[in-house]
Design a protein around this ligand. Structure first.
Ligand code: FAD
Length: 467
């Protein structure tokens, strides 16, 4: 059930295992689900377009004349959205429709799935159909969670879906939520020409990241003119003759935040409400996310769950991994599981943020002891040569054996750099192995080696490429 990353990975695994009868049932979003239609792909296209508009006019080298800023009036947002749609359509075709056509054993049904019994699903689409099966995978994804804020319906709020298809760049763009999604959209619209304010309930943006990361990315985004209200709560929305407003409680005071469009980026809720899970034995938590064991099996041994609807880590990569593992466990009886501590993730702002593994605080909780080093991007020769103003690399190691257990970076290519740390963690390599590994000079990836060296020497007095 579903039509996104988790289901496609599950169907691919089923095809590899030569399972004869596989049925995929999708409704709501088009084939491909969140990532290709209203998530990773369109957001990254628009972020890149925004960056191409914004950065040419930011002078980095004093000897170069920055390009004139593209004014909001010369930006044709309709053309921008149309080109984004073209890219989405081309990926939807090649990565989903063509894949379905190539599967010999998979039937794709358009319709909403709902359990009729623990072993049968009713599909309501153009025609109602009953599907009986030995095993099921629920992979119905998630959607934006809309908090019950007073006046919210009156202001016509946006979720990721509407924000990725706006016909006009809002003059004032308010973002509720300073998590990965909130920050990506904040910078996207800042670069497209909006005045942007981000309201975050926690003490810092990206509250699940290392505190140094939150501080650095906020500093970078503030320097581009994005305003932040942290430790702040949106109390209510209203509309009057002057426009749309949000009342924000900030440091004990009520602040008026006027806006033309507001994006709600306060988290996700699972698409499990239409599945009629009562009577199937499948258990959900108080938010509706499906509970599974570490093999992705629900409380009913014939029903597995994968992807966003399990509430573990809402990432395309995790959905795909879980879909494949769930299909294999369901169909062959294996008991594979996933090590969530080794899953990297990124925020595609400029600079990017990426991390893998556990934070310093988490290691302290687990071991009651920790060893960490954080180096600024200015310690990395490439960062200095390119006059990079923002960035850090932080490594968390297990002090008992010097193995890397966590890495976080803010850098122009953080999402690429984090792969090295991920492989290092998977291979259980120590900081000494990392130091001993020759890195290409000059690269931002050297930052990981330099952070490792910071455990053993004073990196302030160190020549380039010292091992
Ligand atoms: C704006 C945005 C940006 C993102 N960027 C990234 C990124 O850069 N990197 C990354 O790794 N992740 C990113 N994500 C997260 C990623 O998109 C999701 O984690 C992933 O797509 C979830 O896949 P899934 O298969 O679990 O669910 P989905 O892809 O949502 O698929 C579920 C499908 O099931 C359908 N469905 C729901 N109920 C039923 C039903 N009863 N019957 C039939 N069908 C049903 C849904 O309509 C949908 O088509 C982003 C998400 C958003 C919103």
């Amino acid at each position: 059930m579903g039509g996104g990353a988790a289901v496609f990975a599950g169907a691919t695994k089923a095809a590899d295992l030569k399972i004869e009868n596989v049925v995929m049932i999708n409704s709501g979003l088009p084939i491909g689900g969140t990532c290709v239609n209203v998530g990773c792909v369109p957001s990254k296209v628009l972020l890149e377009m925004g960056a191409q508009i914004y950065y040419p006019h930011v002078g980095r080298f004093k000897s170069l004349q920055p390009a004139a800023q593209l004014s909001a009036s010369t930006l044709d947002i309709q053309k921008v959205m149309a080109e984004k749609d073209e890219i989405v359509e081309s990926l939807r075709q090649s990565n989903y429709r063509d894949v379905i056509a190539a599967f010999k054993n998979v039937e794709f049904l358009e319709g909403t799935a709902r359990f009729a019994s623990p072993t049968a699903v009713e599909v309501s689409g153009e025609k109602t159909k009953m599907i009986e099966a030995d095993k099921f995978i629920i992979a119905t994804g998630s959607r934006a969670k809309i908090p019950p804020l007073k006046g919210i319906e009156s202001v016509g709020y946006l979720t990721n879906i509407e924000a990725l298809s706006l016909k006009k760049v809002p003059k004032r763009f308010l973002v509720i939520g300073g998590g990965p999604l909130g920050l990506e959209f904040a910078q996207m619209f800042r670069h497209l020409g909006s005045e942007v304010v981000v309201v975050e309930l926690e003490k810092r943006v990206l509250p699940l990241e290392e505190p140094e990361v939150s501080k650095e990315i906020q500093r970078a985004l503030e320097d581009e003119g994005i305003k932040f209200m942290v430790s702040s709560k949106l109390l209510e929305f209203s509309v009057n003759a002057k426009g749309k407003h949000g009342v924000v409680e900030n440091k004990g005071e009520k602040v008026d935040a006027g806006f033309d469009q507001v994006l709600i980026a306060t988290g996700i809720q699972p698409n499990t409400d239409k599945l009629n899970l009562d009577g199937t034995g499948v258990k959900t938590d108080h938010r509706g996310f499906i509970e599974t064991d570490c093999h992705l099996r629900t409380a009913n041994p014939g029903i597995y769950a994968a992807g966003d609807c399990t509430g573990k880590m809402a990432l395309e990569t995790v959905a795909a991994k879980e879909g494949a593992v769930a299909a294999e466990n369901a169909m062959t009886g294996t008991e594979k599981s996933i090590n969530y501590d080794q899953i990297p993730h990124a925020v595609f702002t400029t600079p990017q943020v990426a991390s893998v593994g556990i934070t310093e605080a988490e290691l302290m909780k687990r071991l009651n002891v920790c060893a960490c080093r954080t180096v600024p991007i200015g310690s990395v020769p490439k960062g200095r040569a390119l006059k990079e103003k923002y960035g850090i690399v932080k490594l968390v190691i297990n002090p008992h054996n010097a193995e890397i257990v966590g890495a976080s970076t803010v850098s122009p290519v953080a999402a690429e750099m984090i792969q090295e740390a991920t492989l290092a963690m998977r291979s259980k390599i120590t900081i000494y192995d990392l130091i001993d590994t020759v890195h290409v000079f000059p690269t931002f990836s050297e930052g990981l080696k330099i952070a490792a060296q910071a455990f053993t020497r004073d990196i302030k007095t160190m020549s380039c490429c010292i091992g």
